[in-house]
Design a protein around this ligand. Structure first.
Ligand SMILES: NC(=O)c1ccc[n+]([C@@H]2O[C@H](COP(=O)([O-])OP(=O)(O)OC[C@H]3O[C@@H](n4cnc5c(N)ncnc54)[C@H](O)[C@@H]3O)[C@@H](O)[C@H]2O)c1
Length: 328
């Protein structure tokens, strides 16, 4: 993810000046900085934070380092963009949020799918009232292939690593928070998930505060590529978007009708969303406007993920209020 954000900041977001890059792996640092001709390089994050000409940082390290690095950056008075999730622990997200607020600093979380032009259009249509009251949100989200075992073990599990994007998208599209989760999950793709105490296939039912309902289905392996579709059905109509493909051709022959497979994975499918989310962060910092995705959004997606895992383990619907009382 760091490479994607560096590439965008260096070449596609003229409002930002990329001052320095940091990575604890010297070869990785040299490769990325060399590719984009960035002279100022740091193997240590704390040293980079000492530079007064750095106003904001983008933290794209593994999720279990976010808490420490975000707090260090805020203490050094830098605005922070951090990849999702901020942290799987509710108290830690609350602390990061409180530290940012106390210092008047921006803290934005990388739920990039909100910035995908297709999904943003769906949200815009729902918000406009064109489909009336939303009744059902449907999200299909399937990866092309499972990640390596090491990643699975450190990922926080299916719901906190993968479905977390869909939880955020579901609340965003419905325009309403989730109040209850009922999830079923299993291992159908690869026994490695079972060994890691995880699942690779899930179906989740959501209830929103506004009365609407939602479904999410996930798989860690769709043999035809990255399957990313959403639909919102309402009292006056329905809005839906399908997969993005490398081209729009349709071939008809004696066997059938054929078209291109979906774009293979997130780097290709969500390219534009990553640029747009970083642009939104830069604009919010420069104009001192609220960031469009907050620590609270990350917290709520984590809480829904924890509720989904609890629901699977206890085989029952779980209310969000069982895990989080809204900070009261
Ligand atoms: N938004 C998305 O679509 C999306 C997609 C993939 C990953 N992610 C998130 O992005 C984050 C990074 O994931 P990734 O797959 O790019 O990880 P990665 O392991 O490929 O890369 C992480 C990099 O951080 C460096 N690093 C580790 N600790 C460091 C430290 N203390 N200081 C400086 N550099 C350090 C590592 O050397 C490595 O180069 C995770 O939080 C993940 O959940 C988001």
């Amino acid at each position: 993810m760091g490479k994607i954000h560096v590439a965008n900041l260096a070449t596609r977001i003229p409002e930002a000046e990329l001052v320095a890059v940091c990575d604890i792996l010297p070869e990785e640092l040299a490769r990325v900085a060399g590719k984009f001709n960035i002279a100022v390089r740091f193997p240590e994050f704390t040293r980079m934070l000492e530079r007064p000409d750095i106003e904001a940082v983008a933290i794209c390290t593994p999720s279990n380092t976010h808490y420490q690095l975000v707090l260090e950056a805020l203490a050094a008075r830098k605005h922070v963009f951090c990849e999702k999730p901020l942290d799987p622990a509710i108290e830690k997200v609350e602390e990061m949020n409180a530290q940012a607020r106390a210092r008047g600093l921006h803290l934005m979380v990388g739920f990039n799918r909100r910035f995908d032009p297709n999904f943003a259009k769906v949200r815009e249509i729902v918000k406009s009232g064109a489909i009336g009251e939303p009744h059902v949100v449907r999200i299909t989200s399937r990866d092309p292939a499972p990640p390596p075992e090491q990643f699975i073990r450190a990922s926080g599990g299916l719901f906190l690593d993968m479905t977390i994007h869909d939880f955020d998208m579901a609340s965003y599209l419905a325009g309403s928070p989730v109040t209850e989760v009922y999830a079923r999950a299993t291992v159908l793709v690869d026994p490695v998930f079972e060994r890691a105490g995880d699942w690779d296939t899930a179906v989740v039912t959501l209830t929103f505060a506004n009365g609407a309902m939602g479904t999410i289905d996930n798989s860690r392996q769709a043999v035809y590529g990255y399957d990313q579709r959403v639909e919102v059905f309402g009292s006056k109509g329905m809005v839906t978007v399908g997969n993005n493909t490398p081209d729009n051709h349709i071939l008809l022959d004696r066997v059938g009708v054929h078209s291109a497979l979906p774009l293979n994975f997130f780097m290709e499918r969500y390219t534009e969303s990553y640029r747009r989310e970083m642009q939104a962060f830069v604009e919010a910092v420069k104009a001192n406007r609220p960031v469009p995705v907050t620590a609270y959004d990350s917290l709520m997606a984590v809480v829904i993920g924890l509720a989904a895992a609890k629901s699977v383990r206890e085989n029952r619907p779980v209310k969000i209020s069982e895990l989080y009382d809204g900070g009261n």
